[in-house]
Each structure stands twice: as C-alpha cells, then as structure tokens.
Design a protein around this ligand. Structure first.
Ligand SMILES: C[S@@+](CC[C@H](N)C(=O)[O-])C[C@H]1O[C@@H](n2cnc3c(N)ncnc32)[C@H](O)[C@@H]1O
Length: 265
C-alpha cells in the first residue's frame, strides 16, 4: 500500500515521497553512513551476500591473467567492485591476491570502503565507468543493478572493462512477484533486525534474468545463474541474538536472489 515516507539522506534533506512511487534516492546511501557495518542494522543482509559472492572470486594466481602469468615484477591482478557501498565485500577478498578498486556515487560510503580492504576508490556512476576497456581481471556488481534505471547498460559497462578470460560476478533481485513479496513487503516491513529501510527497493527496477543473461552474452560473458537463500538455522539464531551473521547457501531457484558468474570470451 502506498505510504508517505521521508528520504534518509541529507541531499535531498528529508524529502517526502510516496513509497511505491518514488524510491532509490542515491542520497539515501549517504544518509546511511555509519550503518554499513552494523551487524543488526539495515544493511546487514548485504554483508551476508558479500560473503557468499566472494566464494565465486577465483584466486588471482589461478586467473590466467595477462600479467599474472609473467611472474616476478608483474602488476598485481585487479578486481573492480562497482557500487561498492561501504566496502562490505572488501574483507572477503583478503588473501585472494587482488588490488581492489571500488566505485560508488556515495562519497560517505566510499570513505568507509577505503578502511575495509579497498586499495583505491572513485566516485563514479556505474553506467559510465571511468576505466579503459579490458582493464580488470575480475569485475563484481553486488546488489546494485536493481537500483539503476538501465541495469543492462551497466552490464555492458562491466563487460567492457573486464579483460578476456576475466571473471564477471553480478547479483541482484529479479523481477518476480515472489522477490517483490520477500524483498519489499516482508523485508522492509516486518520489524526484525537487519530490516532494510522502507523505500530501499522499487520493484519496477527489479531485473529481468533472461535479459541479464542475454545482454552479458552479447558482450562476451556467458553467465551461469544460481540463487541464494539464508541458511535457516543461522537466520533463526540471528533473530534470537545468538549469531551476528547469516550464511547464505546457493540454490537452484533464482526467483528471489539471483547471482550470475561467467568468464569473458
Ligand atoms: C544496496 S547497495 C550495495 C552496496 C554493495 N555493492 C554491497 O553489496 O554491499 C547499492 C549501492 O549502489 C550505489 N549506487 C546506486 N546507483 C549507483 C550509480 N548509478 N553509480 C554508482 N553507484 C550507485 C549506492 O550508492 C549504494 O552504495
């Protein structure tokens, strides 16, 4: 049901909007500075997904890279995490051997990312990445395609900056009724720890999986799609205050949370 809500961030400051009609102010993320790392705060589930995403990142040595193969003195393999937010992915990349770059529009989020395993960050729009073609060994985009007007333009950009043989990992919320029920109706309204702020998601921006795969393919990346769900036991213990994090497990169904991984031709 439409509801009158206020934006969270300073820019625009506390603007009123009718939930269901106008969502996804980028400034909302600026307003969440300081909450990125709260294990029971509104961004907590992003941390759970970040851990699951990291399992798909190959070790840099195993990456048949242009430079990694040349041995001593070769530049370090490069991973780009687009819309990196407060850097929740960073700690999970430790030991994988990458120089980690992040971009986001939220300046306050980027500041947090720098303190959490990101080597360099830039304030940039993910629909126009400020990087040369084929300049990264791994490109990741976690939980951001469902926040932009044209997610497929972003996918094209991700593929452009990825080198041939490099790995692309994207995860997002698909345009299904069940995703809308779970990610908006339940997740944003049931008062539990880790609840995202009301208006975090706009179902009209949820991503069509077939088109996601098709666009990636047309840019040289065959995505394997799989789903993720919280481990139920962890979730119960989390709600009871007996765990600080919920592990996500891979599943076949991509209808609520969908992760795609592929190698560029
Ligand atoms: C749900 S958060 C995900 C953050 C991070 N990827 C993670 O999984 O923890 C979405 C992020 O996308 C960023 N964002 C949204 N639209 C963007 C755009 N057009 N360009 C850059 N960043 C954007 C927001 O600032 C926010 O940090």
């Amino acid at each position: 049901m439409p509801r009158l809500c206020k934006t969270l961030g300073p820019d625009p400051p506390g603007r009123w909007f009718v939930s269901g009609y106008r969502r996804n102010f980028i400034s909302d993320y600026d307003g969440l500075a300081g909450q990125w790392w709260d294990p029971r705060g509104p961004l907590a589930p992003l941390g759970w997904i970040a851990r699951a995403r990291a399992a798909f990142v190959p070790d840099a040595d195993a990456n048949a890279g242009t430079d990694a193969a040349t041995g001593a003195g070769a530049p370090q393999a490069r991973l780009l995490d687009v819309a990196c937010g407060g850097g929740l992915f960073g700690p999970h990349l430790a030991g994988k051997g990458y120089r980690v770059f992040g971009v986001d529009l939220s300046a306050t989020a980027l500041k947090e990312a720098l303190g959490h395993g990101f080597d360099a960050v830039a304030r940039a729009d993910i629909t126009r990445l400020p990087f040369a073609d084929e300049s990264f060994d791994v490109v990741t985009a976690g939980q951001c395609l469902e926040h932009v007007q044209d997610p497929f333009a972003v996918v094209a950009e991700l593929c452009r900056v990825l080198r041939p043989g490099g790995t692309l990992i994207v995860d997002t919320i698909p345009d299904t009724r069940i995703a809308r029920l779970v990610a908006i109706t339940l997740a944003e309204n049931v008062p539990l720890p880790g609840r995202p702020a009301r208006g975090t998601h706009d179902h009209r921006l949820f991503v069509n999986r077939e088109r996601l795969a098709r666009v990636a393919r047309s840019h040289g990346v065959e995505l394997r799609l799989l789903g993720l769900r919280p481990r139920f036991r962890d979730f119960i213990r989390y709600l009871a205050g007996r765990r600080q994090e919920v592990r996500m497990v891979p599943i076949q169904s991509t209808s609520v949370l969908c992760l795609g991984v592929g190698t560029k031709r």
